[in-house]
Design a protein around this ligand. Structure first.
Ligand SMILES: C[S@@+](CC[C@H](N)C(=O)[O-])C[C@H]1O[C@@H](n2cnc3c(N)ncnc32)[C@H](O)[C@@H]1O
Length: 410
């Protein structure tokens, strides 16, 4: 029988391995890895350990290198296990003896003594992580002059952002929930809240959505019964916002499974939309739309605070593949606008190939984003596009990285 706490650490190790060796996302990896972990608390712990070990991986590797000259046998696994132990002690307040008792059994038949030696050397030395995670070379080079600010924003997991169904009651909900509001219809809470037990969850008064992710739908304003196509809609954060703002929404996505979550979200909030399961590259609408939101599939590097796997997994080849798909989707979305209609394009990516480079190719009339449409502290770029990243609004706890642009059809 496993010693208590070991299944959670084993799951964390499996998640890290799936991300680093097989290029899976942390969410994909969690599906299989957490299946054998009992209890919500242990599942949350496994996820937190894997996230912190990946967030601080470059610094943890440097600590390991500083404690031993020799290459560790079965290097990748040994480093991952020591990384799990260090992430717990340095980030999650686990006592060293508990990290050892639940970590070393993961190296059964392997270099346990050596791993124990490296870990003990570091803890006895009082090894510490820097205040800001060191980015791996790839993201550091790609994110250029914003890299240091983004890294600073990445040091902690994000706070909990909620979007309200009734933006007119923002102050009331902020008080009821004990949060702060950075924009109408938005409430921010400390991290770690048990979502399903919060007031308003059962009644569908709000849904979880990062502040940056709520910006694209805000740019369309009130719907007044007009028709909007939410292309790439699941799990539905933007569909809910648009329906709540009075738009008649067609929510399309290729993923049946993700659309089930969108339907659950509509049920819980009592909002409605026409849901279509289809490939946007082949689907054809019966009539053009007054507005289209294309929240395109992307590398999601802008979500690095909650998904630190993107720091190690996303490479230039994937960025290029995504950019090609985004260009095709944008071309189709552009063709489905009625005259006078508005197109909003968004990606939760920090890569210019998926953002600025895509927007530069659109042939519609630019409809620049005004600062008045944005939470205070954010400003559009000079060309009227918006770029957010985790280093922005730092004094309020940051936000995800997004690129957002808007056009009108003449
Ligand atoms: C960034 S997510 C959308 C998030 C969503 N807009 C929200 O706010 O909750 C991108 C979505 O694009 C969908 N997708 C990818 N390729 C697609 C395609 N060819 N046609 C339609 N949907 C597609 C994915 O299934 C995924 O749900």
């Amino acid at each position: 029988m496993d010693i208590p706490g070991l299944p959670a650490r084993r799951a964390a190790l499996n998640m890290i391995d799936a991300v680093l060796r097989r290029g899976e996302t942390l969410d994909q990896a969690a599906g299989a890895a957490l299946a054998r972990v009992r209890g919500d608390a242990d599942r949350a712990l496994a996820r937190a350990i894997a996230s912190e070990a990946l967030r601080w991986r470059t610094d943890i590797d440097a600590l390991i290198d500083g404690a031993t000259q020799q290459r560790l046998p079965d290097d990748a696994k040994s480093r991952a296990v020591i990384g799990i132990m260090l992430a717990q002690v340095l980030r999650l307040d686990t006592p060293p003896h508990a990290a050892i008792a639940t970590g070393l059994p993961l190296l059964m038949g392997g270099p346990r003594r050596l791993a124990h030696g490296v870990f003990s050397t570091l803890t006895k030395r009082g090894a510490a992580l820097p205040p800001v995670p060191t980015l791996p070379d790839g993201p550091r080079e790609r994110w250029g002059e914003r890299a240091d600010a983004i890294a600073a924003g990445l040091a902690e997991p994000p706070l909990l952002d909620l979007s309200l169904k009734d933006a007119a009651r923002t102050a009331e909900w902020a008080e009821t929930l004990g949060g702060v509001s950075l924009a109408p219809g938005h409430v921010r809470l400390p991290r770690g809240a048990a979502i399903e037990t919060l007031p308003g969850y059962r009644d569908g008064a709000w849904w979880v959505q990062d502040l940056a992710a709520s910006l694209p739908a805000r740019l369309l304003g009130p719907g007044e019964g007009r028709r909007v196509l939410d292309l790439c809609a699941a799990p539905g954060g933007k569909t809910l916002q648009l329906a709540a703002a009075g738009w008649q929404v067609t929510a399309l996505d290729i993923s049946k499974r993700r659309l089930e979550r969108l339907r659950d979200n509509l049920d819980r909030t009592g909002l409605s939309a026409q849901v279509v399961t289809a490939d946007a590259l082949t689907w054809e609408p019966e009539a053009p739309f007054d507005a289209v939101v294309l929240d395109a599939p992307c590398t999601a590097t802008g979500t690095c605070r909650r998904h630190p796997d993107v720091l190690h997994r996303v490479r230039r080849g994937q960025i290029a593949d995504m950019a090609e798909l985004q260009a095709r989707l944008l071309e189709r979305a552009t063709g489905w606008l009625a005259p006078g209609g508005t197109l909003v394009y968004a990606v939760c990516s920090l890569e210019h190939e998926e953002g600025e480079d895509q927007a530069a190719r659109v042939t519609l009339t630019p409809y620049p984003i005004g600062a008045d449409a944005l939470p205070s502290g954010l400003a559009p770029a000079s060309d009227g596009w918006l770029r957010t990243d985790p280093g922005m609004l730092a004094e309020h706890g940051g936000l995800d990285g997004f690129f957002i642009a808007r056009w009108r059809r003449d």
